[in-house]
Design a protein around this ligand. Structure first.
Ligand code: NAP
Length: 263
């Protein structure tokens, strides 16, 4: 797939109402994709759909849905079919974290995180992948994290969920070689979005060290997806951090990340 999709190609983006998902939606619109924008905030999605449709002469539609509910992926797929939309690019971006000791955590919040970050992502990939393989064409971009590469104390479930995203995406990208379908994991580090507010981690030390703009992270992810790369880490700071984590003993990585990730 070239950077310009040709006529009537559609991208579905989860978590399109803010942050990295909004910026990815903007980029896809700029490159001529029609959009299906998914998140819970119906009004914000409708505003974005109007803005992008007008600015880039594309069609943009909205599905307001809570993707942390067990039946959400099936509902979304059914709704997309009902509207007669064929999805050429699937962006599994919606996700959230929660900075807290696991023993003190709200289980319902942790369950929703696993459902959204892992189960819905895997199920959406499964249902849309089948059609893409049949058409011998399609791209999937799954948003992981630098937390995909190591355990993170005080964000244990979040980092484990993002380890799933990376492992799952890389394995799929190998499985799919020769099918015309590619899967890419985008692993951002700290990025200026609403993520930290929702994760109750606005004062976190790591956040003060290095923050990327959501627009730059989206551009890096988009480019890697178009090239069909199995994974991409955003920014030189995050690349160096991950290379160091790989060289250091696991115990040292845990020691440092426990100190950086204080609730
Ligand atoms: N910001 C960072 O530093 C950072 C670092 C590494 C990875 N990431 C990952 O990047 C992705 C995007 O996050 P962001 O940083 O752009 O944060 P964000 O601004 O909070 O955006 C999160 C998006 O996900 C949607 N979302 C959250 N819960 C949802 C639910 N239950 N159902 C449907 N949509 C839901 C939100 O929309 P509604 O609230 O309208 O539902 C919003 O559009 C996430 O997967 C996150 O884990 C972020």
């Amino acid at each position: 797939m070239s950077s310009s999709p040709g006529p009537e190609k559609t991208a579905l983006i989860t978590g399109a109402s803010s942050g990295i998902g909004y910026e990815l939606s903007r980029l896809l619109a700029q490159h001529g994709f029609n959009l299906v924008l998914v998140a819970r905030s119906a009004e914000r999605l409708a505003e974005i759909a109007r803005e992008l449709a007008t600015a880039h002469s594309i069609k943009a539609e909205v599905v307001a849905l809570d993707l942390s509910q067990p039946e959400a992926a099936s509902q979304l797929f059914a709704e997309v079919k009902r509207r007669g939309v064929m999805v050429d690019v699937l962006v599994n971006n919606a996700g959230f974290g929660d900075l807290c000791r696991y023993a003190d955590s709200d289980w319902e919040n942790q369950r929703q995180m696993i459902q959204l970050n892992v189960v819905t992502l895997a199920q959406l990939t499964r249902v849309f992948l089948a059609e893409m393989i049949q058409r011998k064409s399609g791209k999937i971009l799954n948003v992981g994290s630098t937390g995909s590469f190591a355990p993170v104390p005080n964000m244990a479930v979040y980092a484990a969920s993002k380890a799933f995203v990376l492992s799952f995406s890389e394995a799929l990208s190998a499985e799919l070689q020769g099918t015309g379908v590619t899967v890419t994991a985008l692993c951002p580090g700290v990025t200026k979005t609403n993520f930290f507010k929702r994760a109750k981690s606005e004062k976190m030390l790591l956040r003060r060290l290095n923050q990327m703009e959501a627009r730059d992270v989206a551009r890096i992810g988009y480019r890697a997806m178009v090239r069909g790369k199995p994974r991409v880490v955003s920014g030189w700071f995050n690349k160096i951090m991950i290379a160091s984590m790989r060289l250091a003993p696991r115990g040292a990585v845990l020691w440092v990340s426990k100190r950086v990730m204080q609730p």
